[in-house]
Design a protein around this ligand. Structure first.
Ligand SMILES: Cc1ncc(COP(=O)(O)O)c(C=O)c1O
Length: 398
C-alpha cells in the first residue's frame, strides 16, 4: 500500500495561492505564516494531478460537460459514505459552494426575507444575506463540554418567520459534527415553521476517526423534503482552486425550481479540470483520505497536547471534522500584561507582529461576541504547526 507523506514542506509562495501570496499586499510583509484560509499545505493527491495531466495531453480545451464517469464517481461516494440516494437526476454540478448558496438565496428568497444562521459561522453565511438585502437572523451557539451546541430555545424563537436556515454541517469554524439527534431537532423545528434548510457539507469528508458525519437530508422525510445539500471534493482532496462542488436536492418540486433557475441563469457550469479532478478524487481517493485524516488527527492531538502543557489558559474547541480549531484567548494571564487585560486589537497585533502568524479573526465569524477568539488552520505539516504554536506561546508571554 502506498504511504503518502504529509510531513513534506511544500513551498507555495509564488503560485498565486491566496493563503500565502495575498499576505504581502494585506500586511506589507512576507515573513508571516498563514494559518487562516481553509486549504491545506499538503500536496493535492497524485492520482488527481495525473488525471489532469492526462487530460492536458489532448490539444483542445473547449466547452465541456460532466461525463458518465464523473456522475458514477460522485453518486457512489455519496451513497457509500452518507447513504445519500443520489443520481444524476437529483444532483447538479456547482462551481463552488459559496456561489451555490448565493444562487439558492437569490432563487428561493426575496429581499427582506429573514435568513437564519448560527454564530460563530463561516463569514460568507453572514455576508451573502446582507449583500442580497435579506435580513440576517443570528442564533448564537453555546459552548458545552468544550464543543459548540445549538441553543434550541433561542433557535426555535429566532426561526419564527425565517425563510431559510443556512447550516454548516459539520460546523466551520470549529469542525463540530452535529449528531443525528441535533439534526432531527433542527428538522422538526424547520418543518414546523416552514423554513428551508441549506446544509453545507463541504467538510463532511474530513470527519475525523471516532466521529460520524450525518447528512442532513437523511435524518427524516421532512429533512429530505425541505433541504438543499452541498458537498464537494475541494476541501477533502485539497483542490479548492478548481471550483468543483455538487448540490443534492431530494424533493422534486424544489429541485425543478432550483435546478431550473441554475440552468436558466447559466451560472452552474463547470470547467474541464473541475470534472476531471472530482472524478479521479472520488473514484480513487479512499486510501489517500484515510491516511490524511489519520495525519490530521495527529495534528489535533499535537495541538491539544501543546495547549494543555504550554498554554493552559487557552479555551479551545477542537475539530471533530475539518482542520479548523477555535481558540479563545480571553484568559491570557494578566500577569503577562501588567495589571490590565489584553484587548482584542492588542492580541491581534501580538499574533501578527510578534508571533508572525496569521489566524482568522473571531469577530469575522459573528461580531464583537467573538473578540479574543481566533480560528487556527492545522492542515499543514506537524513541524509547521508546532513551530507556529511555539511562536504564539512566546509572543503572548511578552
Ligand atoms: C462551510 C464552508 N462552506 C463553503 C466554503 C467554500 O466553498 P467554495 O470554495 O466551494 O465556495 C468553505 C471554505 O472554507 C467553508 O468552510
Amino acid at each position: 500500500m502506498k504511504q503518502y507523506n504529509f510531513d513534506e514542506m511544500i513551498e507555495r509562495k509564488g503560485t498565486d495561492c491566496f493563503k500565502w501570496d495575498a499576505l504581502p499586499a494585506m500586511y506589507g510583509r512576507d515573513d508571516l505564516t498563514p494559518m487562516w484560509v481553509a486549504d491545506m499545505d499538503f500536496r493535492s493527491p497524485d492520482f488527481v494531478m495525473e488525471a489532469i495531466r492526462r487530460r492536458c495531453e489532448h490539444p483542445v480545451l473547449g466547452y465541456t460537460m460532466p461525463s458518465e464517469g464523473y456522475w458514477q464517481a460522485v453518486t457512489t461516494w455519496l451513497q457509500k459514505h452518507y447513504g445519500i440516494n443520489a443520481s444524476k437526476d437529483n444532483l447538479h454540478f456547482i462551481p463552488g459552494i459559496v456561489a451555490g448558496i448565493a444562487y439558492a438565496l437569490l432563487c428561493l428568497t426575496q429581499p427582506d426575507d429573514k435568513i437564519l444562521v448560527t454564530t460563530p459561522v463561516y463569514p460568507p453565511f453572514l455576508n451573502l444575506p446582507k449583500e442580497s438585502q435579506r435580513e440576517l437572523v443570528c442564533s448564537p451557539l453555546k459552548i458545552m463540554n468544550g464543543r459548540f451546541a445549538i441553543d434550541f430555545d433561542d433557535f426555535e424563537r429566532k426561526a419564527d418567520g425565517c425563510k431559510l436556515f443556512i447550516m454548516s454541517n459539520p460546523h466551520n469554524p470549529a469542525g463540530t459534527v452535529w449528531g443525528k439527534e441535533t439534526l432531527s431537532e433542527i428538522a422538526d423545528i424547520c418543518e414546523r415553521k416552514g423554513v428551508l434548510v441549506i446544509s453545507d457539507e463541504i467538510h463532511a469528508d474530513l470527519t475525523l476517526p471516532g466521529h460520524r458525519h450525518v447528512s442532513y437530508s437523511t435524518v427524516s422525510e421532512a429533512a429530505a423534503h425541505h433541504s438543499i445539500t452541498f458537498m464537494a471534493p475541494s476541501k477533502t482532496f485539497n483542490i479548492a482552486g478548481l471550483g468543483s462542488s455538487v448540490c443534492f436536492v431530494s424533493d422534486e418540486n424544489l429541485r425543478k425550481h432550483f435546478f431550473g433557475w441554475l440552468d436558466g441563469m447559466g451560472v452552474a457550469g463547470g470547467n474541464i479540470f473541475a470534472f476531471t479532478a472530482a472524478e479521479a478524487a472520488f473514484a480513487q481517493g479512499e486510501e489517500w483520505l484515510q491516511q490524511m485524516l489519520d495525519y490530521l488527527c495527529g495534528n489535533v492531538q499535537a495541538l491539544d497536547g501543546f495547549l494543555k502543557t504550554r498554554m493552559p489558559y487557552v479555551k479551545a474547541v477542537l475539530p471533530e471534522a475539518s482542520y479548523l480549531a477555535w481558540l479563545d484567548l480571553s484568559a491570557v494571564p494578566t500577569a503577562y500584561h501588567n495589571t490590565h487585560g489584553i484587548s482584542h486589537e492588542e492580541l491581534k497585533n501580538k499574533l501578527l507582529y510578534d508571533a508572525k502568524v496569521v489566524l482568522n479573526d473571531g469577530t469575522t465569524f459573528g461580531g464583537k461576541d467573538y473578540e479574543h477568539c481566533f480560528r487556527l488552520n492545522l492542515g499543514c505539516p506537524r513541524t509547521m504547526l508546532l513551530d507556529v504554536l511555539e511562536r504564539i506561546a512566546s509572543a503572548l508571554q511578552k
